[in-house]
Design a protein around this ligand. Structure first.
Ligand code: NDP
Length: 487
């Protein structure tokens, strides 16, 4: 069994208290590793190491830091398979998904921000008699707190732009998925990234996470996680005037109009609903069908879902692995019970029974992908984030009705619309209160675009310019005088 360490000031060290936590494989219930149960004294050391290292890191040119990101991307690329294996082991997600999405995107995040950084040009505003020169410096020390569903994918999405803009980092992964954050720390150590620039502290959210939020040296927090935790993050950090980026939960609609190409829409809706067992913040967990095509669509959709191969995450052919833990499984199952109590009809799934058995065990947190119809779009199952392989089905007759239903939740992260009329699709997209709408696709990402939610799905945007803006302090120097253009 692995004994993971914190990575503080260029060294792998245990928690100051010596305490540890266990990391469990959700597919077998077996222990994979122990991790340090860090607390405020560990964050104290990490924050001071980061503060000491940051000025020198910030003094490098953007080009030099972009070169570092490329080195990191190269080194992670060489570990692509190891990252995928670790991610699958920690989360129970299928190895094919971990390869295609988690490992690949983790490398791509560093590569993208390296190239994007090099494309930046100085921002200036000329006046008749003066010139304004806009400067962007690192914020200083930033705290990065990330969830378990896409562990390195989401951590690297923050680490790459934070490093690029000259920040030093104190990062905390979910205690349920520490393996790939450790691979990242090992990689940075092997590359001899200046010590203290990247620090990793493992442990529980309310302990080490809270200590990061409260630490006065840490002056920016980028958080991805649930909306309830986001409230705690905001309540703690806002009075300290920390810069905050909150990427929170979602309850996203997949809207299928009457003219949709049903083959493509069914494939897209299945992918949107059940990728990573529905544990992606962008997952389409509410299926909204025009009443004229609802029956035909559902017949194909349910057949497709029934044919999905559930099983051992290690097997190449597995399409659905486990959810993150037995505790989370119980939470998801409680929503399925609630749906039945509220009069919902389970069209498929809803049980731990397996289809296409390739070796799941009784200890594994397996749940068959579940489709529920007959619930009001205002029911709890249709408005609260379940974050599991569960989709509810609703029908509408008019576009106005589709908009009303899609907007009837406190969340506003993403959604997709399926139609052959792109004008209608775009007009409808603008009426949906979400940060992202895809038309005839789902989770098709250009990393230059703004990413984030409205309403209770988040505050702020990351991606491209928005990430560079968040991870920097923008200042203006106004130069007056005859030689202003030489400034
Ligand atoms: P949580 O909010 O439970 O946890 C997120 C992170 O915050 C974890 O590292 C957690 O640590 C930590 N944390 C918990 N309590 C505190 C605290 N008091 N102070 C500081 N940190 C704390 O989310 P989950 O890990 O359960 O992830 C699932 C959620 O993330 C879903 O709601 C999903 O929609 C959302 N999400 C949003 C995305 C987006 O981009 N908008 C992307 C991906 C997921 P620990 O694990 O140790 O408790």
């Amino acid at each position: 069994m692995l004994a993971l360490m914190n990575y503080i000031d260029g060294q792998f060290v245990p928690a100051a208290s010596g305490q540890t936590l266990e990391d469990i494989n959700p597919a077998t219930g077996q222990r994979i590793a122990t991790i340090p149960r860090s607390e405020h004294q560990d964050v104290e050391q990490a924050a001071h190491a980061a503060k000491t290292a940051q000025p020198e890191w910030n003094a490098l040119s953007l080009e030099q830091r972009a070169d570092w990101l490329d080195l990191i991307a190269d080194a992670l690329q060489a570990k692509h398979e190891a990252i995928a294996q670790a991610e699958s082991l920690d989360t129970g997600k299928p190895i094919s998904l971990a390869r295609r999405v988690d490992a690949s995107r983790s490398v791509e995040n560093f590569r993208f921000f390296a190239n994007f950084g090099r494309q930046q040009t100085p921002l200036t505003f000329e006046m008749d008699d003066a010139i304004n020169l806009v400067h962007r410096n690192g914020l200083g020390v930033v705290g990065l707190i990330t969830p378990w569903n896409l562990p390195l994918y989401l951590m690297s999405w923050k680490v790459a732009p934070a490093l690029l803009m000259g920040n030093a980092i104190v990062a905390k992964p979910s205690e349920m998925t520490p393996l790939t954050a450790n691979i990242l720390a090992e990689t940075l150590h092997e590359l001899e990234l200046p010590k203290g620039v990247f620090n990793l502290v493992h442990g529980l959210g309310p302990e080490v996470g809270q200590a990061i939020l409260e630490h006065p040296i840490i002056n920016g927090i980028s958080f991805t996680g649930g909306t309830a935790t986001g409230r705690i993050v905001a309540a703690t950090a806002a009075p300290m005037f920390k810069k905050l980026s909150l990427e929170l939960g979602g309850k996203n609609a997949t809207i299928v109009l009457e003219d949709a190409d049903l083959d493509k829409a069914v494939q897209g809706a299945v992918r949107a609903a059940f990728t990573n067992s529905g544990q992606v913040c962008l997952c389409g967990s509410r299926l909204m069908l025009h009443s004229s095509i609802a029956e035909a669509f559902l017949e194909r959709f349910v057949a497709e879902v029934k044919s999905m191969r559930i099983g051992d995450p290690k097997e190449d052919l597995t399409q659905i692995g486990t959810v993150i833990s037995m505790e989370h499984l119980a939470k998801v199952e409680s929503y399925i019970k609630l749906a039945v109590d509220e009069g919902g009809e389970i069209l498929t799934g809803g049980t731990r029974d397996m289809v296409g058995q390739i070796g799941p065990t009784a200890e594994g947190a397996y749940l068959a992908p579940t489709v529920i119809s007959g619930l009001s779009h205002l029911s709890r199952c249709a408005t609260e984030e379940i974050f599991g392989p569960v989709v509810t089905v609703h029908t509408f007759d008019t576009l106005e009705e589709a908009t009303t239903m899609a907007n009837a939740t406190e969340y506003g992260l993403a959604g997709s619309i399926w139609t052959q009329d792109l004008e209608v699709g775009q007009a409808l997209a603008q009426t949906i209160d979400t940060g992202i709408v895809w038309i005839n696709t789902w989770l098709h990402r250009d990393l230059r675009t703004p990413f984030g939610g409205v309403k209770h799905s988040g505050v702020g945007r990351e991606g491209g310019q928005w990430s560079l803006g968040f991870f920097s302090e923008t200042t203006n120097i106004c130069v007056m005088g005859p030689n202003k253009n030489d400034a």
